[in-house]
Ligand binder design. Structure first.
Ligand code: SAM
Length: 408
């Protein structure tokens, strides 16, 4: 019998379609001598029969994931810095018609987007529960409230600062299972002509590219235009625009407004028609996705074992949160991957969650190039290829696993 749960959007019946097994917290990089037992949960995804929203079957308590030492830094990538500067500039140019505009960001991290808003002298507030990254933003002159965004917090912000012209959120809204409270907060805080703009991984791209490593504890929802439109409708809002983005392996930027306040763009209609044509959440599509995931596991393990048998070296590139899913699901440990190189100081000297592969700085990788590099940060491939030309000149080869296993 298929496992079921209750939909966090519409209370409909969610039926599980993939089980990626017992997994650790994707960002819980451990000190080698840590006596703390690791936290594990069952990573599985289902879709709702009513609103179609894909969502995790099990929720991890938020304080376990987002805390003082949360290691992800948004400003770590040049491409993402330019991306957020671009959207901040666009919003400043198009959405600031009130006398004294106000921008709120949910999950402002190290201030990568709000820096641009602050520099323009526009009133703003980041809401960010992870203390370490929030302090980095504050040091850049960004106003931050250290909190989880939810209805009570939104109402306090409204009382103190008034309505927001723009509420923005990237790679965060999909992280929040208590979405009913968040949507009530957004609805209350947003000015009558305001917009809620959010960017998150697109379920259509996950299915098309078999990028199952987008599934981990922090990613609770996997949005489509159709499921977001239904979610908006249930909370008195409307999906008025969508934009397909190349960031993080394929995302959509959704724009929500109060119901009836703005006309929906043609792009919304087109994407919904396209999703219907692809039968994105049909049992047959989901079964094909699961088959593809199994094939990636089999092929990747076979490739790594062949390399090992030849006595050649493999190093992982990018100790990403995503990599926890693929490493744990495939059972890849230090026997197959010597270490993982990553430029984030907070991850270096630690072990990957669950699989205990050492994480080291890029200088160790560059001082003695391995024969193969397993591209775990595949969503930053272009930026990495431009930076690591010496590796290939030295005869090194990249192993990729999205959309399928390949060596080049
Ligand atoms: N927006 C940044 C970006 O796109 O690079 C950061 C994304 S990071 C993956 C997710 C961020 O959301 C973390 O900094 C986390 O602390 C924050 N977060 C998680 N739950 C939140 C909530 N309820 N309210 C505000 N921020 C939250």
């Amino acid at each position: 019998m298929a496992r079921t749960s209750e939909c966090r959007i519409c209370s409909g019946l969610v039926t599980e379609f993939i089980d990626l097994g017992r997994q650790p917290l994707a960002d819980a990089f451990r000190l080698p001598q840590s006596p703390e037992p690791e936290f594990f949960y069952r990573l599985a995804v289902g879709t709702c029969a009513d609103c179609q929203m894909a969502q995790l079957m099990e929720e991890v308590p938020r304080e376990r994931m987002f805390h003082e030492d949360y290691p992800y830094l948004s400003s770590g990538s040049t491409v993402m810095r330019a991306h957020f500067e671009g959207i901040a500039t666009r919003l400043l140019e198009t959405e600031m018609s009130s006398d004294d505009p106000f921008v709120v960001e949910i999950g402002s991290n190290d201030g990568v987007l709000l820096k641009t808003v602050a520099a323009a002298g526009v009133r703003h507030l980041g809401v960010e529960p992870s203390g370490g990254v929030a302090d980095l933003a504050a040091a850049e002159g960004v106003s931050v409230r250290k909190d989880f965004f939810e209805e009570s917090v939104a109402r306090e912000i409204l009382a103190e600062h008034g309505h927001a012209d723009v509420i923005f959120s990237a790679n965060t809204f999909s992280h929040i299972p208590y979405v009913d409270s968040v949507l009530r907060g957004i609805k209350a805080l947003l000015g009558p002509d305001g917009v809620f703009v959010f960017e998150d991984p697109y379920f259509g791209d996950i299915v098309e590219r078999t990028s199952f490593d987008q599934i981990y504890d922090e990613h609770f929802f996997f949005f489509t235009a159709r499921s977001v439109a239904r979610m908006a409708e249930l909370s008195g809002m409307e999906l008025v625009d969508v934009e397909h983005l190349p960031t993080h392996g394929g995302e959509i930027r959704y724009t929500l407004a109060h119901a009836g306040a703005r006309e929906a763009s043609e792009a919304v209609k087109l994407l919904m028609v396209e999703e219907e044509r692809r039968e994105l959440t049909s049992p047959a599509t989901l079964a094909r996705f699961v088959e593809n995931v199994e094939r990636v596991r089999t092929d990747l393990l076979a490739e790594l074992r062949r390399i090992k048998e030849r006595g050649e070296r493999v190093v992982g590139y990018g100790a990403t949160a995503k990599s926890a899913t693929v490493l744990n699901f495939c059972g890849i440990g230090p026997d197959l991957v010597e270490f993982i190189c990553d430029s984030t100081p907070a991850k270096q000297g630690r072990l990957t969650p669950g699989t205990h592969i050492p994480v080291r700085g890029p200088e160790e990788y560059r001082s003695a190039y391995p024969d193969y590099a397993l591209l775990l940060a595949w969503n930053h491939a272009e930026e990495i290829m431009a930076k690591e030309t010496e590796f290939q000149k030295a005869g090194g080869r990249w192993i990729r696993y999205v959309p399928e296993v390949s060596v080049s």
